[in-house]
Design a protein around this ligand. Structure first.
Ligand SMILES: Nc1nc2c(c(=O)[nH]1)N[C@H]1C(S)=C(S)[C@@H](COP(=O)(O)OP(=O)(O)OC[C@H]3O[C@@H](n4cnc5c(=O)[nH]c(N)nc54)[C@H](O)[C@@H]3O)O[C@H]1N2
Ligand SMILES: Nc1nc2c(c(=O)[nH]1)N[C@H]1C(S)=C(S)[C@@H](COP(=O)(O)OP(=O)(O)OC[C@H]3O[C@@H](n4cnc5c(=O)[nH]c(N)nc54)[C@H](O)[C@@H]3O)O[C@H]1N2
Ligand code: SF4
Ligand SMILES: [Mo]
Length: 733
């Protein structure tokens, strides 16, 4: 406390707000101690996993009200008793030695982080941000958040920041991940609406995975595929022969970032052969004729040349699509992370629409979500759309939300926030002076590290709200706010199939760490806008507000009675309107062929394919790919690296996959330390010679902090999602 500015110290002495007293006198009330009374000692309770978007149900086995172990819930409709290693080990990271247990403030003189109490931290936080706002305006402060906190917290953060504190610009790691799907669905279907339910994995005759490696990234979804008793044809389109590709019937080892060409090639063959569903197209879609005219000009031999996939193979795949009764199309980051990602996702949507493969069991144009609550962030983070998938630009939507929240309509901005890359640019230009980072590890996961670090050095104030003090981002912070993690708080997640699932507090957060929800409540109080958020008193109270925000939207879930209702049913998929009944807990969208556009027709959207801005050349002759390495590693590893069990399941040091042909040319054997360079930087890694990568490509797993030194800051035009997956690189011994 000694090193706080006098002004702040004075404030601390003067200010003794009710919540501060409560915090000191009744720590349990603010999450410092007790486990909710409803959990009996030595009991078992259920909660949804907090890693990937599959949203598996777990059972927490409690002793004296505290979880001592987890197992997979056999009754949960998602995972039916299965879980991957991360799920089984989910409690372990909570007990890690580097948990943030108290707020920490950087001593500018010594450069060290020193502990400070909550009141000091929050007064300082509010004072600094107010000062910056006064001096530089409401555009000078931004936040970056996440798809990994509960929906109630995301909604609170977005509402507090924009409507309470009066700032404008915020984004989240969902930009790195799902922005493309969000925009693609919105433009094609009129709303960000993944149409499927996991039963579709079991009900397809043909499953086509584009840029998707569920064996590693969504292992329990893959188990659902394995339960398909129809002997399905599985097609995998991926430059690498991944675990999923190895298990497939057909693998198309496409040249990186040539998907748009290849998908248009397939569409052209389907049209030329008359393998399309004319009546579906005429009744439920628009602009197909323009699309067909566009395809007329496409040269199939150019498609084969650009994609590296022969015409014979392309025709074979088109025939499989034609002959399949129920064909489902699935895509993930190989599509979303690209320079023409939105149109690529829409090329997949077009294939489903033109063959009538949507709205029936085992069909769909299905984007698989990444993080446990990326879907919650797409609908409720208040970043790119107003709460509940509303539109900031629509006066009618602003009125609805203002009335619901009992706030002035003028408090709601009339436009979207800046995207992540624009926020980073804003920092570099000196327009953004303070950044608040919540539950994302930007200094590991954002593209082109040197550029990002240059930007961060320009900040006057960097606040990091995280479970751990040792993340690459926390290490740069001026102020760390210690957060409770999954399992230490209540709320809901929305999984890939639109299922709202419940998470519960089954463990105590260490020290004085607080749930993000409570941190936001306290900030509202110290900022002076507490009364505006008086109804945001608990996660379940906020859930009630979110239900209302969703009313009459495509994502309407106003029929969910309570958290207990979710618990009883094994989660509930949206939509679930008032008076709906849950006859079937596996529901898909567009069964009636009506989409969410004004005329209820889905749109065919397309654009001329273009080459990526950076491709291999003489100096950097290889494609560098990146993605998930093993099912035991989660992103920047702040959580998974803390488990002895998980650590045994993945390589300790960074490795680079090299094809034997390239390895021979360069004189590289497995185990040799090699240098990988791009125009942005270089790193050393252990060579792993394997034919999973094609000649001319190398692959780095994203879980090691050096990897994004190499990646390129190229973005899709529509979604502003970074193109992590492909750039030009060089390998040296
Ligand atoms: N174990 C584990 N599971 C996870 C995560 C994790 O960190 N660890 N993260 C979660 C999150 S947030 C996400 S977003 C998902 C990601 O899930 P996925 O997208 O399935 O995983 P990735 O490995 O990032 O990328 C998938 C594939 O895209 C391929 N690819 C690269 N370039 C191209 C291309 O140009 N075209 C095509 N067709 N394919 C290409 C890569 O070779 C890779 O095999 O996983 C989720 N699940
Ligand atoms: N090269 C390359 N880079 C990539 C990708 C790639 O394929 N290749 N994929 C991208 C994708 S799809 C994604 S989603 C991003 C992920 O990138 P990040 O979001 O940066 O990765 P995480 O390690 O999941 O970071 C989450 C942070 O939140 C903290 N945390 C966890 N739970 C809580 C909580 O409840 N409250 C708070 N306050 N903190 C919490 C964790 O400790 C951790 O520091 O990476 C992207 N980066
Ligand atoms: S598949 Fe995903 S949701 Fe299921 S246990 Fe593993 S990490 Fe958790
Ligand atoms: Mo992601």
């Amino acid at each position: 406390m000694k090193r706080l500015p006098e002004k702040v110290r004075r404030l601390i002495r003067q200010k003794d707000g009710p919540q501060t007293q409560e915090l000191v006198l009744h720590p349990g009330k603010f999450g410092l101690g007790q486990i909710p009374a409803r959990l009996e000692p030595d009991d078992t309770t259920t909660l949804v996993c907090g890693f990937c978007s599959t949203g598996c149900g777990l059972k927490a086995h409690l002793r004296k009200g505290e979880a001592i172990n987890l197992s997979a819930d056999p009754d949960y409709p998602v995972n039916l008793g299965m879980a991957c290693p991360k799920g089984w080990e989910a409690l372990t990271p909570l007990r890690a030695h580097d948990r943030a247990t108290t707020p920490l403030l950087r001593n500018r003189a010594s450069g060290r982080l020193e502990s400070i109490d909550w009141e000091g931290a929050l007064i300082l936080f509010c004072e600094r941000l107010k000062e910056i706002k006064r001096a530089h305006g409401p555009e000078s402060v931004a936040f970056l958040s996440t798809g990994q906190i509960v929906t109630e917290e995301m909604a609170f953060l977005g509402a507090l920041f924009k409507f309470g504190m009066g700032f404008l610009h915020c984004d989240s790691n969902t930009r790195q991940c799902m922005a493309t799907s969000h925009v693609a669905y919105k433009q094609s279907f009129g709303f960000d609406a993944p149409p499927y339910t996991y039963a579709d994995f079991e009900q397809s005759d043909v499953l086509i995975f584009v840029g998707s490696n569920p064996c590693i990234a969504h292992p329990i979804m893959w188990q659902r595929v394995m339960q398909n008793s129809r002997n399905p044809t599985i097609i995998v389109i991926d430059p690498r022969k991944t675990e999923t590709a190895m298990a497939a019937t057909i693998h198309l080892p496409i040249r990186p970032k040539s998907d748009l060409m290849l998908l248009y090639g397939l569409a052209k063959i389907l049209v030329d052969e008359g393998w399309i569903n004319r009546s579906y197209i005429d009744t439920h879609t628009e602009d197909f004729n323009q699309f067909a005219t566009f395809l007329e000009k496409l040269s199939l031999s150019e498609v084969a040349a650009r994609s590296g996939i022969s015409l014979t193979q392309l025709r074979q795949v088109a025939k499989v699509i034609h002959e399949g009764e129920c064909v489902s199309f699935w895509w993930t980051m190989g599509v979303n992370q690209g320079h023409e990602a939105t149109r690529t996702a829409q090329a997949i949507i077009n294939l489903a629409l033109m063959t009538g493969n949507i709205g029936r069991p085992g069909t769909g144009a299905n984007s698989i979500t990444g993080q446990c609550n990326a879907m919650g962030s797409r609908l409720f983070a208040n970043v790119t759309s107003l709460l509940g998938g509303h539109d900031f630009a629509s006066a009618q939507d602003r009125t609805k939300i203002a009335q619901l929240l009992q706030i002035q309509q003028s408090a709601i901005p009339t436009q979207d926030s800046w995207p992540y890359d624009r926020i980073i640019e804003g920092i570099k230009e000196g327009k953004i002076k303070a950044l608040w980072i919540i539950a994302t590890n930007s200094a590991h996961s954002w593209v082109d590290h040197d550029d990002l670090k240059r930007a961060f050095r320009k900040l006057d104030f960097l606040v990091v709200q995280d479970m751990f003090t040792t993340t690459e981002t926390a290490e740069l912070a001026d102020l760390i706010l210690p957060a409770a993690g999954w399992g230490e708080k209540d709320g809901t997640f929305i999984n890939s199939e639109r299922r709202i699932g419940l998470v519960k507090k089954v463990a105590r957060a260490p020290g004085v760490a607080l749930s993000d929800f409570k941190i936001f409540r306290l900030i509202a109080h110290y900022w002076g806008c507490g009364p505006q958020f008086s109804r945001w008193s608990s996660p379940e109270a906020v859930f009630e507000l979110l239900k209302e925000a969703s009313r009459n939207q495509p994502c309407d879930f106003s029929g969910i009675e309570s958290y207990a209702h979710l618990d009883r049913c094994g989660g509930i998929q949206w939509p679930y309107r008032s008076h709906d009944t849950l006859d079937n807990n596996e529901r898909r969208l567009f069964v009636d062929g009506k989409f969410f556009t004004a005329n209820q027709h889905a749109r065919f959207l397309f654009a001329e394919p273009v080459s990526p801005p950076e491709t291999p050349d003489l100096e950097f002759p290889l494609w560098l790919l990146s993605g998930r390495g093993t099912s035991s590693q989660w992103h920047s590893q702040s959580r998974t690296a803390k488990s002895d069990v998980l650590r045994k399941l993945y390589p300790e040091h960074l490795y680079v996959e090299v094809n034997p042909v390239d390895a021979k040319k360069l004189g590289i054997d497995s185990g040799l330390r090699v240098m990988v360079s791009t125009r942005r930087g270089s790193l050393t890694a252990t060579a792993f010679v394997t034919s999973t990568v094609s000649p001319g490509s190398i692959f780095l797993p994203m879980h090691y902090p050096e990897v994004n030194r190499l990646t390129i800051a190229v973005f899709d035009l529509h979604s502003r999602q970074p193109s992590y997956k492909a750039c030009a690189a060089r390998l040296e011994v």
